[in-house]
Ligand binder design. Structure first.
Ligand code: PLP
Length: 387
């Protein structure tokens, strides 16, 4: 396959070499089951305990507040279904989320709705932000849980998590944040944010696929969503994926060490990219502009364009970008952009460009050249673009 300039880091990131190095011994000779009593087992058990300390430190949490999961989707499901089922059909059966959450949150809420919970969706504003006062007006004395993502996967827009969490606590509700797109991009501190539950996923910040974690603040009741042995305090039964968990911990360590400088560098490239596009390509706009955003994410909108054609044309030219979340690739388009009030044509005309740790300026420059050509080509219905 031809090499690609990879600008789709919000979909997934390449594995960092340091992460792979840390994982390899656990894929080769350190294969013990962490529940085994012999020395190989104890070695894996110690690796798990160490990884838990590293992840907890990364989030400002205690190690016993971390549950390893098989990724962000599972962490979101455990947070939402686990706390709801733990509360049972008691006095609090009302759940609240923004209308721009990831499907991992929205589908879990829809499932609970079919089982008798009541769900309220609160709309983001045109810039993709959720106003804490707007959230407050949706809260009730029977609200059990509020779930609002820290950073949006399509626009990168950041939510005022501390204020939103404080509003939820005002009515005695728990607050969960899906921080899958925030971890590794902005500082994340569960105590500073005041959240009760927080989800993360390793493959969004240079760790392996299929591993994540849920922070559950000490004292927050949560039941498992699958059943088996006693691993992860019985909240996530099943033999632990030690190599992946070690990889997650190394990804956290790397992110912690690089956060400030990496974010500055990405923000500089992102700002230059956006300025160039808006100046050079007529009928172009930046979705979510004006709101605080993750430093790597650009959501661009072009008048008179089908974003899917543009993504295909850029792929032909050797550049990997996307129309948004993979789950929204169908005909209806992004629920996030619709949720921000964009009309159908504007939603269809949008693409996401997400830079990453390994993006270099030269790639951004060549992308901009290809983008100008691709937009012109798609607008005039010529699908072939010279690289
Ligand atoms: N939440 C957000 C905001 C995401 O961007 C994603 C991944 O696309 C997920 C949850 C799901 O994470 P995972 O792919 O690890 O299941």
């Amino acid at each position: 396959m031809e090499p690609i300039v990879y600008l789709d880091n919000n979909a997934t990131t390449p594995l960092a070499p340091e992460v792979l190095e840390a994982m390899l011994p656990y894929l080769r000779e350190r294969y013990g089951n962490p529940s085994s009593i012999h020395r190989l087992g104890r070695q894996s058990h110690e690796a798990l305990a160490h990884s838990r300390r590293v992840v907890a430190d990364f989030l400002g949490a205690n190690p016993d507040e971390i549950v390893f999961t098989a990724g962000g989707t599972e962490a979101d499901n455990l947070a939402i279904v686990g706390t709801s089922v733990a509360a049972g059909f008691g006095e609090r059966r009302h759940l609240v989320a923004s209308n721009i959450e990831h499907h991992a949150v929205l589908a879990a809420l829809r499932h609970l709705e079919t089982l008798g919970w009541e769900v309220t969706s609160v709309s983001a504003d045109a810039s993709g932000r959720l106003d804490p006062e707007r959230l407050a007006s949706a809260l009730r004395s029977d609200t059990l849980l509020v779930s609002v993502m820290a950073a949006n996967n399509e626009t990168g827009v950041l939510q005022p998590i501390a204020e939103l969490a404080s509003a939820a606590h005002g009515v005695g509700a728990w607050f969960h944040t899906d921080a899958v797109q925030a971890c590794g991009k902005i500082p994340v501190d569960v105590r500073a944010w005041g959240v009760d539950l927080l989800s993360l996923s390793a493959h969004k910040f240079y760790g392996p696929n299929g591993v994540g974690a849920l922070y559950i603040k000490s004292g927050v009741p949560c039941t498992p969503i699958c059943y088996g042995g006693g691993q992860e305090r019985a909240l996530r039964p099943g033999t632990e994926n030690v190599a992946a968990i070690v990889g997650l911990a190394e990804a956290c360590r790397q992110a912690q060490a690089r956060l400030g400088t990496e974010a500055d560098e990405l923000a500089r490239m992102r700002d230059a990219l956006e300025a160039h596009v808006v100046e050079r390509i007529s009928g172009s706009h930046v979705n979510g502009v004006g709101a605080p955003r993750t430093p790597n994410t650009v959501n661009l909108r072009f008048d008179g364009i089908d974003g899917r054609e543009l993504v295909a044309a850029l792929d032909d030219a050797g550049f990997g970008v996307s129309t948004g979340a993979a789950c929204d690739a169908g005909a209806t388009g992004s629920h996030v952009l619709i949720g921000m009030g964009l009309d159908r044509d504007a939603v269809q005309g949008s693409i996401r460009v997400s830079l990453g740790r390994y993006t270099v300026e030269e790639e951004v420059r060549s992308f901009l050249v290809a983008l100008e050509r691709a937009v012109e080509s798609v607008r005039t219905h010529r699908h072939f673009i010279e690289a």
